[in-house]
Ligand binder design. Structure first.
Ligand code: N01
Length: 544
């Protein structure tokens, strides 16, 4: 393996290319996978629908977009040169800064030469005769590859606004997950934002500062913890750079891929005064780590209520109008069972004279009109509508490709009642098809970049093993897959997660089967399991 062969098929216009591996997506996962497979001497091609690298950070250019993991930890660990030389400017990196970082990595390692931009893989089918994947793109390319790696992202397929009449809206409208490259100027405009998840919560304060008037259409309030963002202190940068190997090792050892982990203490062991003190201290640290304060926030309703009440009281302190504050207090899901949001002045934004909160839970949006949005109660005149309504997560990007395994079985059919994987890495009947941070792995519950590196490294070892042993194919055994899916569901049922109508469970998409897909057993346990499987000669996989 390793050479790229171009073979002309006289019956067709385009040459068919034979490769060792095709990778779909040039985000953080696709780029690292390319780097590792190249190191093995394989011929690899990456297909990317965008014009540049970055994935999530390429598409989500909306104002206020930034990562909710601290920049010193949301970065690749595999190149000491990069982690020592790259200089982050703030505690939480903005989207433009992360995109510059990803581009810098692509340049340093000359990754672009194997990436085809503005090309979307439309189909991938397994050919049993050659044990290769036959791949097609929207440009008419046809390729054959031994390995097919889906680095398509978990939260990458935007949910289209399903409002009839949107075409008749005479103003501009945007989806945050497909934000244009050009600046959108809200100055002097009446703007409506639909959606108050992590994205809306980041966007709303920024738009409010520019727009003449901002109307926020909220269906369900979410919990947000302040980021307390600011310039990255030189001392913090130094501390990380001098001790990076320790921080990275620690992140790999915890249950969430953060260097800090859940406390071992139950909230219920503390007196109310102590709880208040502990949570206040954690609040002052800011960010996602709030959830780590007690061991049982995600498992015990009473402990969860302690944390949720604390955050709701903070909302009441931050918002001047008590009625608006109540509308912003979450009521329908335990804290943390939807992704905890991290905010910068989100709640204070509702104290501005030019911001109106419209609760559409009881008075839903009925339709766009030529001049704005109509709810069941009123009409709102708007020049711009921004939809921050989220994604068809976990499976949306995969289902956007016509993937067919053995006997022509379609992935959409096999997963019709919910995704079925072994370890979130592969699925029975689809040999040599790999999903990086796929459903059934901890991925979206973790510091994503650490989970990406874990999967890429595991896959690289796996492919090396196949090549060394002169084996063609690997795929999960169906029994192992069934047992894994059951295990993922069972341990989720021991937590409060299933109580929320979250995208983790597909509950945000009409008609999607409701199955909680991320593995909640912790990244450390998961990593140990993956390592054990590899050490035992890829047990529970069939190798041919
Ligand atoms: O999407 P969401 P998101 N009419 O699905 C509402 C990651 N992320 O893009 O809750 C009216 O969370 C919907 O209301 P409801 C992070 O993992 C990370 O915000 O369904 N409203 C909800 O309020 C995050 O969890 C970062 O009732 C409608 C909102 O739209 C994930 O991406 C930043 C509606 C969607 O919230 C997704 O976040 C941003 C409708 N028809 C995102 N349909 C950071 O790193 C949906 N909604 C910081």
């Amino acid at each position: 393996m390793s050479a790229t062969h171009e073979r002309h098929d006289t019956a067709r216009e385009r040459p068919s290319v034979e490769l060792d591996a095709v990778i779909v997506g040039a985000g953080l996962a696709g780029l690292y996978m390319l780097h590792r497979l190249r190191e093995l001497g394989l011929s690899v091609r990456v297909f990317e629908a965008g014009t540049g690298v970055g994935g999530t950070w390429y598409w989500n250019r909306y104002p206020g977009a930034r990562c909710d993991v601290e920049s010193m930890l949301y970065s690749y660990s595999w190149s000491d040169e990069v982690q020592q030389e790259w200089r982050w400017t703030s505690r939480y990196a903005t989207q433009p800064e992360i995109l510059r970082y990803v581009n810098d990595v692509a340049d340093r390692f000359d990754l672009r030469r194997d990436i085809r931009f503005e090309m979307r893989v439309t189909a991938a089918s397994f050919d049993e005769d050659t044990s290769c994947w036959q791949i097609r793109t929207d440009r008419g390319d046809r390729l054959s590859a031994r390995f097919c790696v889906m680095a398509t992202g978990c939260i990458s397929h935007p949910q289209r606004p399903a409002f009839e009449g949107l075409d008749g809206f005479e103003g501009e409208w945007y989806h945050t997950g497909r934000w244009p490259k050009e600046d959108v100027d809200f100055t002097g405009k009446r703007v409506g934002v639909v959606g108050t998840g992590s994205t809306g919560i980041q966007l709303i304060p920024v738009v409010a500062k520019q727009a003449a008037h901002l109307t926020v259409f909220q269906r369900t309030p979410n919990f947000a913890i302040p980021a307390w963002d600011g310039p990255l202190a030189a001392s913090v940068e130094r501390e990380f750079k001098e001790n990076y190997s320790r921080y990275r090792r620690r992140a790999r050892e915890t249950s969430t891929c953060w260097p800090q982990d859940f406390s071992e203490r139950s909230a219920l062991e503390d007196s109310p005064q102590q709880q208040e003190r502990e949570l206040e201290a954690r609040w002052q640290e800011g960010g996602f780590g709030f959830i780590f304060q007690y061991s049982d926030i995600l498992t015990d309703p009473e402990a969860n209520k302690v944390a949720a009440d604390f955050v709701c009281n903070k909302i009441r302190q931050r918002v001047n109008d008590p009625e608006i504050a109540e509308l912003l207090c979450p009521y329908d899901h335990p804290l943390g069972t939807k992704r905890l949001c991290v905010d910068s002045d989100y709640y204070e934004t509702y104290n501005r004279d030019n911001v109106t909160l419209v609760s559409i839970r009881e008075t839903p949006i009925e339709a766009p009109t030529p001049t704005g949005l109509r709810t069941s109660e009123a009409e709102y005149d708007l020049d711009v509508i921004v939809f921050a309504i989220g994604f068809d997560s976990m499976t949306g990007a995969l289902f956007n490709i016509d993937i067919r395994g053995r006997d022509g079985v379609q992935l959409t059919k096999k997963w019709a009642d919910g995704p079925r994987t072994y370890l979130g890495i592969g699925t029975a009947g689809f040999p040599n098809l790999f999903t990086i941070t796929g459903p059934g792995s901890p991925s979206v519950l973790s510091n994503m970049i650490v989970s990406i590196e874990q999967h890429v490294d595991w896959l690289t070892d796996c492919i090396t093993h196949l090549l060394d042993a002169e084996l063609d194919c690997i795929e999960p055994e169906r029994d192992a897959e069934d047992a894994w899916v059951d295990h993922v569901n069972e341990i989720a049922d021991d937590t409060l997660f299933p109580q929320a109508d979250s995208w983790y469970a597909g509950a945000n998409i009409a008609g999607k089967p409701r199955v909680f897909t991320p593995y909640v057993g912790g990244c450390r346990t998961y990593r140990d399991r993956c390592d054990e499987v590899a050490a035992n000669g890829y047990e529970s996989f069939t190798l041919r």
